[in-house]
Ligand binder design. Structure first.
Ligand code: CMP
Length: 144
């Protein structure tokens, strides 16, 4: 990985982002910030993959609704790299609840529902390590 404080993060554009035609809008915000796209794929989410991604939320009141908005639908999975990428991407995306997200953030500008809040991103290096493996093989990451 190139550069001081370089870090990678996993991002998933949720089905609503794909269906509303916001793939390019969201990716361009990441690129304009200076993040590098290491890998990117369009994926039909199986229920198994959805449950694996969100297993930390198993048992919470919103868990079933969350799985239902993702399972069987098309998402875009990607790995981004840049300085302090995990925090940078979380701040670009904005608060989990789009109704509370600041204008200027992705959720603040483009979403309003909590369960289907447009974008998911890893919240720690440990989450990144777990989450990217659900979608990518290590051999696929040798792109730069
Ligand atoms: P995400 O960043 O993908 O991580 C967990 C997801 O659960 C979250 O975004 C929301 O889509 C969803 N969710 C639904 N209800 C809640 C809630 N009350 N608190 C947190 N997350 C919620």
């Amino acid at each position: 990985m190139a550069g001081e404080d370089a870090e990678r993060t996993f991002v998933m554009l949720k089905p609503s982002c794909v269906e509303k035609g916001f793939i390019g809008e969201v990716i361009s915000r990441f690129e304009r910030k200076g993040l590098r796209i290491i890998q990117l794929k369009v994926v039909k989410m199986s229920r198994e993959k959805a449950e694996e991604l969100y297993k930390v939320h198993y048992g919470k009141p919103f868990y079933e609704g969350l799985i239902n908005v993702i399972a069987g639908k098309t998402v875009v999975a990607m790995i981004l790299e840049g300085r302090k990428a995990i925090g940078v991407v979380r701040r670009l995306i904005g608060a989990t609840d789009p109704a509370e997200a600041q204008p200027g953030t992705i959720r603040g500008d483009l979403a309003i529902n909590l369960t289907d809040n447009l974008v998911h991103a890893s919240d720690s290096p440990e989450s990144y390590q777990r989450e990217y493996r659900i979608f990518f093989e290590d051999e696929e990451l040798q792109t730069y």
